[in-house]
Design a protein around this ligand. Structure first.
Ligand code: NAD
Length: 491
């Protein structure tokens, strides 16, 4: 059965009747046919969101919105296991990782319920001014209709990162999931419908990027565009927003460095390096895909890493014990394999680089490690978005920092050393929005997420995520009975 669009609280067929298939990347079989929205459907969704915003949602108290967010969290929690399985089938990731994602998505709704309640306390707080005849109060008002576009690597979690803070702020949403993984976002729409969220507050339009995504990005009645995805698409969102001077936030790609000093614990380093690049098949914006290892520890660390990488269990995400599932799609598999082929001319391939022999179907790829790519090679500079690690050796702290920062990206970085003073110094010198010390990738809903340079604009998560959907307003009042007297006095 065709999965329909969710607009104005109704399940609707797209105006032009288009559809696309969601494929299980482990079997290459079609899981589901999904409605492909066009500009006409996107327009209806934006109109519904505008009506819901104007007709009440923007006026609700934070506490009321918090109740809705908690109801959504409870509804998702009641189907947690089924959602995790659906995520595996749609995206390919191993089941324990999908379970983790779903649980984080639910927590995200609960967290922003808390911030929505706090917003009531923050509303209309006085601001002290230097002239006692004036009083000022500060309001935090919802930004309006939010257009939200997300990628495929954490389908429900990315939807939660967008929808939860927007609803908490009192904005209304039109969310477009990736055409590669639309199914759990549609389950969020089912949850919204089940709990009776007012019509139009959350609209979900599935569809292709250059059709539905482009229409949402360019829609003149969208007040704010929140986008997560690649740099080239982010640039398109930014230029479409420029025409309307639209408020935007962008969460884009990365090529994050992991610096390991000689005094680091080898076993701990191997653990975090593996997690940092092979988690979610390396399809992680913050993946620490550039490993910088100090000379003294490099031989032992590389040997342990290769041994561990060769022992990773690859297979369908639902199979118990699997650590590496398939890549998300045939296109992604082709792209990563082609970068690996090209990479063989730019560096030494130490392990992997091909489809595992025992898995002839599905978009599987062996964990791949290259040594010593040139610093100007594609392998070292471009986001691969697959299980591909590049290692370079360094001598000094200054050299490590220079190489880590020599990137157009600035999303994340990691540093590992027994010397805490040194790690703090290096952490402070890294040009990245997220720095991990003695670990890689742990992500907390409370902490700001986002990048410098071409990795994006703005921050999600934490209170910063809420601010994305708020406008700050000052209301200043003249309280004196006396005439102000400036102009009249001048005469
Ligand atoms: P993508 O840019 O191809 O697609 C992202 C979304 O944009 C999809 O929903 C797609 O349909 C839509 N889209 C495509 N063309 C569009 C257009 N012309 N106008 C409007 N929307 C359009 O990226 P992807 O392949 O889905 O995701 C991978 C990228 O996302 C990687 O670069 C990764 O680093 C990045 N990412 C970043 C973060 C972060 O927090 N910084 C998180 C996850 C993923």
């Amino acid at each position: 059965m065709l999965k329909q669009l969710y607009i104005d609280g109704q399940w609707v067929t797209p105006a032009q009747g288009g559809q696309f298939s969601c494929i299980d990347p482990a079997t290459e079989e079609t899981l589901q046919h999904v409605a492909a929205a066009t500009a006409q459907d996107v327009d209806l969704a934006v109109q519904a969101a505008r009506k819901a915003f104007n007709q009440g949602w923007s006026q609700t108290r934070g506490a009321e919105r918090a109740d809705w967010l908690e109801a959504l969290a409870d509804k998702l929690a009641s189907k947690q296991d089924a959602l995790a399985i659906l995520e595996v089938c749609d995206n390919g990731k191993p089941l324990p990782e999908a379970q983790w994602d779903i649980s984080d998505a639910i927590d995200c709704f609960r967290y922003y319920a808390g911030l929505a309640r706090e917003l009531d306390q923050r509303q209309d707080q006085p601001l002290e001014l230097p002239d006692p005849r004036f009083s000022c109060r500060i309001r935090h008002e919802p930004v309006g209709v939010a257009g939200q576009i997300i990628p495929w690597n954490y389908p429900l979690l990315m939807a939660a990162w967008k929808v939860a803070p927007a609803l908490a702020a009192g904005a209304t949403c039109v969310l477009k999931p990736s055409e590669l993984t639309s199914l759990t976002a549609l389950e969020l729409a089912v949850a919204a419908s089940d709990v009776g969220l007012p019509a139009g507050v959350l609209n979900i339009v599935t569809g292709l990027g250059n059709e539905a995504g482009a229409a949402l990005g360019a829609h003149p009645d969208v007040d704010k565009m929140a986008f997560t995805g690649s740099v080239p698409t982010g640039a398109k969102i930014m230029s479409a927003a420029a025409a309307e001077i639209k408020n935007i936030s962008l969460e884009l790609g990365g090529k994050s460095a992991f610096i390991v000093f000689d005094d680091a614990d080898v076993e701990a380093a191997v653990e975090w390096i593996m997690f940092g690049i092979f988690w979610n098949q390396g399809q992680v914006c913050s993946a620490t895909s550039r490993l910088l290892v100090q000379e003294g520890i490099a031989p032992r660390l590389t040997e342990r890493l290769l041994d561990a990488a060769r022992r990773i269990r690859i297979g369908p995400g639902l199979e118990p014990g699997v650590q590496l599932g398939p890549l998300v799609s045939a296109g992604q598999h082709r792209k990563v394999l082609s970068m690996i082929e090209q990479g063989k001319q730019q560096a030494t391939l130490l392990t992997g680089g091909k489809r595992p022999g025992h898995l002839p179907e599905g978009y599987f790829l062996e964990p791949t490690i290259f040594a010593e790519p040139a610093t100007d090679s594609r392998l070292w500079r471009e986001e691969i978005f697959g299980p591909v690690l590049c290692i370079r050796r360094f001598k000094t702290e200054a050299e490590a920092l220079q190489q880590a920062n020599d990137s157009r990206f600035g999303l994340a970085a990691a540093v590992m050393s027994a010397d805490l003073e040194r790690s703090a110094r290096v952490a402070n010198g890294l040009r990245a929005g997220i720095v991990w010390v003695n670990c890689s990738q742990p992500t907390f809903t409370q902490a700001p997420w986002g990048g410098m340079k071409q990795s994006g604009i703005g921050r999600e998560l934490g209170r910063w995520g809420l601010e994305n959907y708020l406008e700050v307003k000052q209301v200043t009042e003249y309280r004196s009975q006396d005439a102000w007297g400036w102009y009249l006095k001048q005469e």
